[in-house]
Design a protein around this ligand. Structure first.
Ligand code: ADP
Ligand code: MG
Length: 733
């Protein structure tokens, strides 16, 4: 990553918590972490190593030991970041470390106890105090959101039905970067309100989990604060600066055991680790500086923190450690991780006049409401003056809002009284007809109703206007009691001290590096013996350093091998599962069905899921899909075009084939011969040609049936059908 003028590295601080009671009772082994606060160094002792083995030393921007106060960490390492956010930069603070090392303690703390308040409550104080002391030409809008990422799903902690709510999606905006769509964001006007938001979120987090500690160690919690500030610029126009602050309490960094679990449990374990290992990969890629691809898209967490790592943000990482010997490996991993993060370069810049500033929308809406209100009042006033018989002189602008309101109220009262009086007059008028009276009274009544409606509408508008306006905070006003000057001075001093101590530490660190380089240059040797001694000493020092680095390489190699073995194991498990699924597919799903499904599937990279394409592509839907035939008017059911033509054509032999149904019994020719030979008519010949049945020997028969009984069985026989038509009227048309 190229270093340019505005780039600055991620600030990494380390904090170690005190030994807890259980660890103290475990024995006198004590803490394995030693800290040099002046130099910003952490010295880690390997409890399994021999005495001769050198200890590991890491240097950071600041270190906080077991005795450190919440306030120290805030003043020295967090305050400058929050100041930047208030100036319109993006800022991120994230706590990283093994479960139980004090991530939540550092970020949240015991917020009721002023001594133990963590970064988040202190940031609330800081932001609102800053606003209350700002110049009065500034307007602020503060919003807060709270979310968690659990099993690679983003959940809104401020959503009232958090438990059942579906997971939220991440979207990308070229202006403001990656954001969570449909995330609840609460406008907060005071410390109390924003604390309320925090409490609601914390409760949702606790309720969602059966075991709070288990859940919190597996989920990442992000508290987001957006501070928008509008301020008149030198060009006379109002400019808006937007600072976004991400306060992140990460999941426990310890390895989740993946070996020996299968199926859902395996996937779950893999997902828990996914975000953190993706974070590790992103940090490695950025710290390395040579890799062109940074895998931000591998997890939800890294996508959300994309700006904070190597982008437009100032970032502070708090790595938390436990002092107990049994967690040596995890502590070492955390320190290595933190050490790598120091090399990440960010390019923070002020977010000036972004398109999506909510403050701008608020200001516009307030201006619109004010204009509307003003117009309404002006109208009422004009009416009043007409009533009073005065001329409108257009000096209304000079009156204040209060006076205007009073004038309007007065007008309404007078108007009501006037209408009442007129009604009374009408009632008492003896010369008026009853009908006329009724009509006039009704009219007056209607006028009064209108007046009241108008007044109600004005009141509603005023309430809306006031509600909108109250959401904007004006610098130097209305949020909290003005702290007295002394307190302000005290804070300033504390701030200065914090700044001084951190710059002192920086100088010390630089001096240490320079010392090592220059000491040999300055050395002059009076005798050979002295030179030998000095050089031997140096050799020993360098040799020790070499050993250190060798051990480091060995450690890293071991770790590499371990994680590789784990990955292989996971791969094996997944391959086995895949084979199982293939077996089912090959043996139980017909190949053509499988192909149909396969051809419809495509991968949605945005949501990281396979999705079915619709059966008909959306754009060609109207072209390809024929409309369902509407039931033809006058027919009981939809009817084919062919049949319709047939009906239109009338009974034509050509279309006879449709809708043929004979309801009469298929008569076989009688096989009984009449014994009565005296009649001259033959049994097979009916005297009537129109097909009317004749009674003969108890059998009804139709002539045509009798003549060609066979030919009618086939509906395709036109000849016989035609004959049939002429002979007998069809019953089933
Ligand atoms: P994590 O969030 O990393 O899992 P917690 O913040 O819940 O860890 O801390 C575990 C316990 O250690 C808590 O009881 C907390 O009060 C205590 N603790 C952590 N850090 C400190 C500290 N710096 N000073 C005093 N107690 C601490
Ligand atoms: Mg925690």
């Amino acid at each position: 990553m190229s270093k340019n003028k505005s780039s600055e590295s991620v600030k990494v601080v380390v904090r170690c918590r005190p030994l807890n009671r259980r660890e103290e009772s475990n024995g006198p082994a004590g803490s394995i972490v030693k800290m040099d606060i002046r130099l910003g160094q952490v010295i880690l002792r390997n409890p399994r190593a021999t005495a001769s083995e050198p200890q590991k030393t890491f240097t950071f921007d600041a270190v906080y030991d077991a005795n450190s106060k919440q306030r120290d960490l805030y003043d020295e390492s967090v305050r400058p970041l929050i100041d930047s956010v208030l100036a319109g930069f993006n800022g991120t603070i994230f706590a990283y470390g093994q479960t139980g090392t004090g991530k939540t303690y550092t970020m949240m703390g015991a917020w009721m106890d002023p001594e133990k308040r963590g970064v988040i409550p202190n940031a609330f104080d800081h932001i609102f105090t800053h606003i209350s002391r700002a110049q009065s030409d500034r307007q602020y809008l503060v919003r807060a959101s709270y979310l968690e990422i659990y099993l690679e799903e983003v959940r809104d902690l401020l959503d009232p039905n958090h438990g059942n709510a579906r997971a939220l999606e991440l979207r990308e905006n070229p202006d403001s970067g990656v954001y969570v769509s449909d995330l609840t964001s609460c406008v907060c006007k005071s410390i109390k309100e924003i604390e309320e938001v925090m409490n609601v979120g914390n409760q949702a987090r606790a309720v969602g989990a059966t075991d709070m500690n288990e859940h919190s160690s597996r989920s990442h919690a992000l508290f987001l604060i957006t501070v928008e500030c509008s301020q008149p610029g030198p060009d006379g126009r109002k400019h808006i600066r937007v600072g976004r602050l991400n306060l992140v309490d990460l999941a426990g960094s310890e390895r989740q055991a993946k070996t020996g679990v299968q199926g859902e449990r395996l996937k779950e374990a893999a997902k828990i680790n996914l975000s953190l290992s993706a974070l590790g990969n992103v940090i490695s890629a950025l710290a390395d500086g040579r890799s062109s691809h940074v895998p931000y898209r591998d997890s939800k967490l890294t996508r959300l923190l994309q700006d904070s790592l190597g982008g437009n943000a100032k970032t502070v990482m708090v790595a938390t450690l436990g002092p107990s010997p049994q967690h040596y490996d995890e502590t070492l991993t955390t320190l290595r991780y933190a050490n790598r993060a120091k090399n990440i370069q960010n390019q923070p810049r002020v977010n000036e006049d972004p398109k999506d500033a909510l403050l701008r929308e608020f200001q516009m809406e307030i201006a619109r409401l004010r204009a509307q209100l003003h117009h309404r009042k002006w109208r009422s006033k004009q009416k009043k003056e007409q009533v009073d018989g005065e001329d409108w002189e257009g000096d209304g602008d000079e009156e204040t809002d209060g006076e205007e309101e009073k004038a309007v109220e007065e007008y309404v009262k007078l108007e009501e009284q006037r209408l009442e009086r007129e009604k009374q007059d009408i009632r008492e008028d003896q010369f008026m007809l009853a009908d006329e009276k009724q009509r006039l009274l009704g009219e007056k009544e209607r006028m009064m109703g209108d007046l009241r409606k108008e007044q109600e509408a004005t009141e509603q508008l005023t309430a809306k206007y006031k509600a909108m306006e109250s959401k904007l905070l004006v610098g130097g006003k209305n949020i909290m009691d003005h702290t007295n000057e002394q307190q302000k001075m005290l804070e300033m001093k504390r701030h200065e001290i914090a700044e001084q101590s951190s710059s002192e530490r920086e100088i010390q660190q630089q001096m240490l590096v320079q010392d090592e380089e220059t000491v040999e240059l300055r050395e002059t040797f009076t005798s050979l013996q002295q030179e030998v001694e000095a050089k031997t000493k140096k050799l020993k020092k360098l040799y020790a350093k070499l050993q250190c680095i060798k051990a480091e390489i060995q450690d890293v190699n071991d770790e590499h091998v371990r994680s590789r073995q784990e990955l292989e194991q996971t791969q094996n498990e997944l391959t086995r599962e895949l084979k199982f699924k293939y077996l089912i597919i090959e043996n139980f799903i017909p190949p053509e069905e499988k192909n149909k499904i396969m051809s419809r599937l495509n991968f949605d990279t945005e949501e990281d899921q396979w999705k079915f394409q619709p059966l008909v592509p959306a754009e060609s839907k109207s072209l390809q899909m024929k409309k369902r035939p509407a039931s033809a008017v006058g027919y009981k059911r939809p009817i084919s075009q062919y049949a319709r033509v047939a009906i239109a054509m009338g009974p034509h032999s050509r279309y006879r084939a449709e809708n043929i149904m004979f309801l009469e019994l298929d008569m076989t020719p009688p096989n009984t011969a009449s014994l009565d030979r005296s009649t001259d008519s033959e049994p097979n010949q009916s005297p009537s040609l129109d097909g009317s049945p004749t009674k003969e020997g108890g059998v009804r028969k139709s002539r045509s049936w009798c003549q060609t009984p066979k030919s009618i069985t086939s509906s395709s026989s036109n000849v016989s059908l035609a004959a049939c038509h002429t002979a007998t009227p069809m019953t089933a048309q």
